[in-house]
Design a protein around this ligand. Structure first.
Ligand SMILES: Nc1cc(-c2ccc3ccn(Cc4ccccc4)c3c2)n[nH]1
Length: 238
């Protein structure tokens, strides 16, 4: 999987991808991330990327030319790639969309704006417009990193031998179960007995009940298409 990121702040991307699961996946060659500075695709000596909005209004808008030049530069190799524009107005990014991107795209271009947004005409060159949530960030870079991180975790082999139970639970429609590790007793706060029992069937049932309880409390909107067994457990909780 290859990610190409267009941004005026390449160091934001370059710094984050060195660490953790992403850093390991890069070292293993499972994923490649190439970052392009949009200022390198400008044609003036000041490397200008923004201008005043037509029609007035606060702030500045990013000009189309650097985006166009960068996209044409990438397309010159004629390899297929999915072009994704990050924006507050895009379709909501979910675990399911992360799975779809991982399955369908060998290469993704993540287009990051700044200021008050980018010239609308850039959208003529993109495949998807994606929002990571109903809040306004200062630019597309954090959203791009969220997409890279969540998609890479789904690539077979990326997580090493750690199970990706968390992703599975989100895919099945509920939140994760609570996690504990040593010590057993921290200032009187004890680990639930069942987790010390060694009874894997009991532990699995306890974890499922806790996951459904957490989901009912914090994200009831996720509780759709439950299996009959999960529905039975949920009814016991109500
Ligand atoms: N989910 C999500 C994505 C973004 C996002 C993405 C790209 C950009 C480019 C500029 N901004 C700032 C901004 C945009 C619109 C209006 C006011 C400021 C961006 C925000 N915010 N939240």
């Amino acid at each position: 999987m290859k990610f190409e990121v267009l941004t005026i702040f390449p160091e934001i991307i370059e710094c984050y991808i060195k660490h953790g699961v992403l850093g390991k996946a890069l070292n293993k060659g499972i994923v490649e991330v190439k970052v392009y500075n949009l200022r390198d695709f400008t044609s003036d000596k000041h490397k200008k990327v923004d201008d005043y909005p037509y029609g007035g209004g606060a702030g500045m808008v990013m000009q189309i030319e650097p985006f166009y030049n960068a996209i044409m530069h990438l397309k010159a190799d004629e390899k297929p790639r999915k072009l994704v524009l990050l924006s507050p107005q895009g379709r909501k990014f979910t675990q399911k969309l992360a799975q779809k991107f991982m399955e369908e795209s060998k290469a993704m271009v993540l287009i990051c704006g700044r200021y008050e947004g980018i010239d609308e005409r850039v959208k003529a060159f993109v495949d998807e417009e994606v929002s990571i949530g109903d809040y306004v960030l200062s630019g597309g870079e954090l959203a791009a990193l969220v997409i890279i991180d969540s998609v890479v975790r789904l690539i077979p082999g990326a997580l090493g031998d750690e199970l990706s139970a968390v992703e599975d639970s989100f895919m099945k429609g509920f939140l994760d179960y609570p996690h504990y590790t040593r010590p057993e007793d921290f200032k009187g706060m004890k680990v639930p007995e069942v987790l010390l029992s060694g009874d894997h069937k009991k532990i699995a049932l306890w974890r499922k009940r806790q996951a459904l309880k957490n989901t009912l409390k914090n994200r009831p909107d996720l509780l759709k298409n439950l299996s009959p067994e999960d529905m039975r457990i949920l009814k016991e909780l109500c």
